[in-house]
Design a protein around this ligand. Structure first.
Ligand code: PMP
Length: 423
């Protein structure tokens, strides 16, 4: 038996209290798109374990990649040493991401890859003789992680980090993008960010944003044209663009990378979550030759970062297998089918009382309620129906594994319909 009492007394869960702990459910195993409670009940994981398990759980190809690598070498330091799994992975990342991105820094979590991105931007400007370019411009409703550098770029209100505000570097925040995905973007929609860039470009190192999907800060999908305009402003005012594709990378929005919706390339790109198909923790920060050359010709001559588990061979090996599996699947068609099905099957909720909005993009379906939901009641009701979701505030959303079958997806959306229309 899983010792839930010990868990309750001693173990922090994400964003949780140890005095008034939220319910946690004991999970014994996972297979396909289902996670299994200790009592044997299977739940369709509508969260893909926070965007990551693209191919579901216990995937033979991913297991084999790990097993093979484990027997050769499970870990080795990356300082002064290198290995095939990392080289193979970086070749793939350079080939798959927009062409100007040529250099790869491997790290161990999304937040750290954001720290790395920020440090790259700062070191770049330092080396250009412009150390005053040290501020970032982020978007309202943005979210980039929980470490200090990343926290400082999260929306100061919805980013959940206002408690730490006094200790965080103070950056600039532009209004959240207003034109929705599929809508055109007018001059007035970028007036706010344009003004901030115009007025502050001499102290701005980079704009950092989540392309197309603002995730944890509101699950909003915005116009690719907005992103194009921000790219143009960055070029015009000599400011770098950091795109955080930790959640959107590897197909989630219907394109391999969300930047492709706008046909733009950032100067620095972060990837995480999906990189290993949710099997091991690994992240990557890519940058252009221009950024890398700048850093390496600067005062330090080196990039100042080097995590212990950088380039972990098992994580790289499973990332390689994950990417191979994705690319040889008909992922584009699967995502567009999932999108269509989510759109059709969540549509009835548009008219349900208490529902403010229903929106879908790629393999993401979002129901925004008018009031925050009672997580406990809603989760219990979903679990009864064999579904796992983690509602957040007013948002009840799903980003299922790409391998979910139409029938499983119908079970998932059916549970959302039933639970949300009776709230
Ligand atoms: N950026 C974005 C867009 C994210 O969604 C997240 C994770 N929610 C992060 C950064 C941080 O990644 P991690 O939790 O792996 O540190």
């Amino acid at each position: 038996m899983i010792d839930l009492e010990f868990d309750k007394q001693h173990i922090w869960h994400p964003y949780s209290s140890l005095i008034n702990p939220p319910p946690v459910y004991p999970i014994a195993r996972a297979e396909g798109v289902r996670i299994y409670l200790e009592d044997g009940r299977g739940l369709i994981d509508g969260m893909s374990s926070w965007w990551s398990t693209l191919h579901g759980y216990n995937v033979p190809e991913l297991n084999a990649a790990m097993q093979n690598q484990m027997e050769k070498m499970s870990h080795v330091m990356f300082g002064g040493l290198t290995h095939e799994p990392a080289i193979e992975l970086c070749k793939k990342l350079v080939a798959l991401t927009p062409e100007p991105l040529q250099k790869v820094f491997l790290s161990d979590s999304g937040s750290v890859s954001v720290e790395v991105a920020i440090k790259m931007a700062l070191q770049y400007w330092h080396s250009q003789g412009k150390p005053e370019k040290s501020k970032l411009l982020a978007l309202r409703n943005g979210y980039h992680g929980d470490t200090f550098g990343a926290m400082a770029t999260c929306d100061p209100v919805t980013g959940m980090h206002h408690l730490f505000a006094k200790m965080l570097p103070q950056h600039l925040f532009a209004p959240a993008p207003t034109p929705k995905f599929g809508e055109p973007c007018a001059d007035s929609d970028t007036a706010g960010i344009q003004q901030l860039i115009e007025q502050n470009h001499e102290s701005l190192a980079a704009v950092i944003l989540e392309p197309i999907v603002q995730g944890a800060g509101g699950m909003r999908f915005y116009s690719p044209e907005y992103l194009q305009r921000v790219r143009a402003l960055c070029d015009q005012y000599d400011v770098l663009l950091i795109a955080d594709e930790i959640a959107t990378g590897f197909g989630r929005t219907g394109k391999l990378f969300a930047c492709e919706h706008a046909e733009i390339s950032p100067d620095i790109l972060t990837l995480g979550k999906t990189l290993t198909g949710g099997v091991l923790t690994l992240a990557a920060t890519l940058c252009t030759d221009k950024v890398a050359n700048g850093i390496c010709t600067g005062e330090a001559g080196v990039f100042m970062h080097g995590p212990t588990f950088m380039g972990n061979p098992m994580a790289c090996a499973v990332a390689n297998a994950n990417i191979d599996l994705l690319l040889k699947s008909d992922w584009k068609l699967r995502i567009s089918d999932i999108e269509q099905q989510l759109q059709n099957e969540l549509a009835p909720l548009k008219n349900a009382p208490g529902v403010a909005d229903v929106r879908t993009l790629g393999a993401i379906g979002v129901v925004e309620m008018q009031q925050p939901v009672d997580n406990k009641t809603l989760q219990e009701s979903l679990i009864e129906q064999g579904v796992w979701l983690r509602p957040f505030g007013k948002l009840v959303y799903t980003m299922p594994p790409y391998v979910i079958s139409p029938e499983e997806l119908t079970q998932l959306t059916g549970a959302m319909n039933r639970s949300l229309s009776t709230l």
